[in-house]
Ligand binder design. Sequence first.
Ligand code: HEM
Ligand code: SF4
Length: 635
Amino acid sequence: MQVRSFFERALRRPRSVPHGLRLAPQLSRGLPVLGHSIEFVTSTIELLFRAQRELGEAAALQVFNRKMVAMFGPEAHEAVFRASDAQLSASEAYKIMTPVFGKDVVYDAAPEKMAEQLKMLLPALRDRRMRTYGEAVVLETEQTIGKWGEVGVVDLVDFCRVLTNFTSSRCLLGREFREGMTEEFAAVYHDLERGVAPIAYINAHLPIPSFWKRDRARVRMVEMITEIVGARRREKREGEDFLQTLMDSRYADGKPLSEHEITGLLLAGMFAGHHTSSVTTAWTLIELLRNPETLARAVAEIDGVFGGGQPVSHQALRDLPFTENAVKEALRLHPPLFLLVRVAKQDFTYKEFFIPAGTWIVVSPTVSHRMAEVFPEPDRFDPDRFAPPREEDKRDFAFIAFGGGRHKCLGNAFAILQIKAILTLLLGQYDFELAGDAIVADFQGLVVGPKEPCRVRYRRRAQPSVSTAAGAELARVAAQGATAATGGGCPVAHPATETGTETKTKTGTGTGTGTGTKTGTGTGTGTNPTDSLPLPRAGEGRGEGVSAPPAPATTGCPVQHSPASAPSTRRLTITLDRDLCQGHAVCVGEAPEVFHVAADGKVEALLREPPPDLHASVRRAAAYCPTRAIRLDEG
Ligand code: HEM
Ligand code: SF4
């Protein structure tokens, strides 16, 4: 007996496994030498679902010469996402991006430099900037759907891709790029995208045409960005975009970013944000169309907020809780990034599992989001699971469509804002129905979207609730420096936002011209949809929710008058999880007396127990914090 257990131990556990720990169990059906390689290449997602079903939290796989451990569920995610870069490296796993982002940029840079570079993106993602982006998204959406007729058919995937390409390039690369967006730019960007393929994991410099094109495209992209940087500096123009933020950024030693680095960081933003936002917009609309009662509620909510002529502002968009939950639910069911990877640089321990250095650790939002013990009835599209009292995403590291912890998505607030703005303009103006194409997820690319064709039929609503001139109106409001969207007679003291500052910059600089263009376009295309058609066939699709939208509850105050706004005399204690904080300062916008951005770019709470007159704004800060870094305890 003793002899047998000796051999078992000798065979199964390398001597380096510390006492009391064990290796993660091996997934079944591994082939000699090849392990799980074939299944991994041909049906990755099915393999990962099988791993979770068979082995639970941790499953060991062998893919080619790599040892992998797939980890599932909130506790395992937390261990992975909170680990330091020195322990679990994201860079190592995403090295295939180096030929696109460039040498010594983001994942190719040393961890401290990468952290510094990513931190430079933060000012571009702060609350104040977000207002400008909201405006840009509204404008772009209006221009794109301005070309639609009264009725028609569009391929939703293609439509979302083109639209978010416009919005991303305007917000990230700037107005010059977007407005002069030539065929050359589209071709260069396309070549860069085509140069990112799984084969790069074997060798990112193989002598193949797509890699040659990729390398030529990168050189050209640096030239294009250098031209714009030079022109802005020469003409002393500034933009409200990522490009400007990066032009103004400095390393800790005072050195500015080179054009090579600026290009790399902008491309990192484009790659991270473009397709992910595009497919999420498409998935949300598809799920709403497949679930007519949820569609009716989203439309009613949009009509309620915007039906009274309210501009589609950043502030108003925040207060579409059902629509936002629908976006999150689409992200839960269809997370665009289905595989997140880290490489263990040191031995790593999770519970009783010992994971040796060199192992690739994979986390799959797609699989973990379908665990019934975390999200009951996991296959059901049910936006209310994120609303009180259920709040199924409240459990830390359960909802991981944006990753979590140290490398959590920096653009999550921007992405949600953008998707809600697009949905508001679409659903406020048109009725949609699926045109009958099979809806299937396409797991072939790095970002999982619906397979094309994925056509929808649209018909202009008889009584659109959102004006087609919303972008122009928004630009006008911003230009007046008005605090966005306080509505008539809202009793809540809206914080003095920084909109004024932003507007000043806009009118005083290059972006001012942008505003002019916006107004022109908005009014040109938009105006009165008074020539509306009769409503689509009665009783069809979502029915009543559309034809008879409930009247706005009040005069259009965008703030949820929930218990969150009620005056309080109870004690309120703030706990801030700085590991989760991304420093985009939504909380500072809500409660500047309590939160401030510290030198490391993250937020600090100045008061642990704020006085009762600040409770309402602190509750709003916690409610709007996209990472749930702020916890409140009522005493
Ligand atoms: C629905 C849209 C989006 C989804 C689902 C998404 C998802 C994610 C995920 C899962 C990660 C973590 C990757 C990992 O842990 O390995 C991530 C990281 C990141 N995302 Fe997003 N993203 C979205 C939109 C955006 C946008 C719009 C931007 C910027 C404009 C952006 C910028 C970034 C950046 C810079 C990182 C790297 C953060 C770091 O490594 O510290 N993302 N994103
Ligand atoms: S606490 Fe939340 S809202 Fe405030 S900066 Fe951090 S992540 Fe953003």
